[in-house]
Ligand binder design. Sequence first.
Ligand SMILES: *[C@@H]1O[C@H](CO)[C@@H](O)[C@H](O)[C@H]1NC(C)=O
Ligand SMILES: *[C@@H]1O[C@H](CO)[C@@H](O)[C@H](O)[C@H]1NC(C)=O
Ligand SMILES: *[C@@H]1O[C@H](CO)[C@@H](O)[C@H](O)[C@H]1NC(C)=O
Ligand SMILES: *[C@@H]1O[C@H](CO)[C@@H](O)[C@H](O)[C@H]1NC(C)=O
Length: 472
Amino acid sequence: MSRIVIIASLLLTNVQCFYKQELKADYKEVLKLSLLFYEAQRSGKLPSTNRIPWRGDSALEDRGVNGEDLTGGYYDGSDFVKFSFTMAFATTILSWGVIKYKDAYEVAGQYAEVLNAIKWSTDYFIKCHVSQYELYGQVGNFSLDHTFWGRPEEMNMTRPAYKIDKEHPGSDLAGEASALFASASIVFQDVNESYSKELLRHAVELYNFANDYRGLYQDVIPGAKQYYDGCNCRSTSYGDELTWAAAWLYKATQNPIYLEDSQRYYKEFNISGEEASSFFYNKKIAGIQVLLAESTVSSKYLNAAKQFCDNSIDKQIRTPKGLVYIDKFGTLSHAANVAFLCLAAADLPDMSPGKYIDFAKEQIDYILGAKGRSYVVGYGYNFPKRPYHSASSCPDRPAPCGWDQYYSELPNPQILYGALVSGPDQNDDYEDKREEFLYNEVTVDYNAGFQSTLAGLIHHRKDVDGIEAVIV
Ligand SMILES: *[C@@H]1O[C@H](CO)[C@@H](O)[C@H](O)[C@H]1NC(C)=O
Ligand SMILES: *[C@@H]1O[C@H](CO)[C@@H](O)[C@H](O)[C@H]1NC(C)=O
Ligand SMILES: *[C@@H]1O[C@H](CO)[C@@H](O)[C@H](O)[C@H]1NC(C)=O
Ligand SMILES: *[C@@H]1O[C@H](CO)[C@@H](O)[C@H](O)[C@H]1NC(C)=O
């Protein structure tokens, strides 16, 4: 049932009243759906609690170059490559959301689920981190993967694994993985102490690896370069990951050495010199500024965070209907990531909290349908029916699945609940066509900032305000 009530006129106050009540639980509902999306992206052996009826075990042969078990983790999006860099960033952002807004997950009944979602990633990264100076950064070959359209349960292409090590370092990848482990160790502190300590041990080792052996992982793992060149969103420096990892390690340990490191890198890599206009897995500056502002409460970082939010809200290009427009790839994810950072900044001194919270709500409401359509699969009015997503484009087994399903104009037979699509263009135009990945791509990193923003809005009790949808 569609939970967005279409109203012809906002003047009908009694309708609006009913409608506000109707939408009261909506952010909680979408939070739940977003977690279902993560579940649909699981690789490896699924537990008996699997809630996605059309998914089963897959990629059980994923192995490292020395035969190490690399099963598990998340498929990136439509494709079945496991990219550690974006998976780690997505998990760091989910963890940050839980650290800040645990209460929201609890009132939404999703606390256990989000822990499961984070642990599905951390368990995989523990496998990837095979020794102190060795980390697997990718499983699957993008070129081979893209010759296949179908179910992950049925794929049979070779899935080579690629790693970084002392001789072939990747400080951006190791740094992001360190940030993931550090942030997740905070999440698990009051859940499972021994697990939290294990995560922290990996975080420290990977931080030292990133720091002691410097390099860019794309020079080691060419597939990552090839893939991310397409969207002009590859990682081009490791300074931000070193700074980010140190800032997270300080949060996890309260050891001042890490805070000093982070502030030193901030200078060394000239992070203050660059004015950020986005927050994305390949551009973490604004996130670092908010994190360091939280940890130091120093005006240097507070001002930087405030400037980022004020510029994003007041000066960033918008679509005619008000979406902050940063990039054609992952347009909605970009807007949600900024919304998340500014929600986090709203809790800091000398900010404009009301403005930042309203901005976050405005951007999320756009995504959920306030301006005419929902961009979250399986939710709300006129949601995307043909996400660029191979597994959900397949009919129920045992019917065959292949390129016919890719070219089919019919809706995906399986509803990929909770997936945030890439989004509209700069004019709010959008086409629900499977092959138009600029509109309809879905990925595990796209959903992360979006989900954490939903949690933030629930925390700030913005769900009781409802959505002022104008659908003509
Ligand atoms: C791999 O899968 C394709 C279809 O998914 C099938 O046609 C082919 O025979 C399979 N190859 C092997 C070696 O199993
Ligand atoms: C803590 O996590 C570890 C690793 O997943 C698990 O083996 C153990 O059972 C967990 N302990 C509790 C009390 O949940
Ligand atoms: C991926 O597979 C293709 C096709 O077999 C091959 O040409 C390419 O070198 C592989 N890429 C990597 C990074 O292994
Ligand atoms: C730091 O960035 C600023 C602004 O982009 C630039 O003017 C300056 O030269 C940079 N400094 C260094 C040391 O790279």
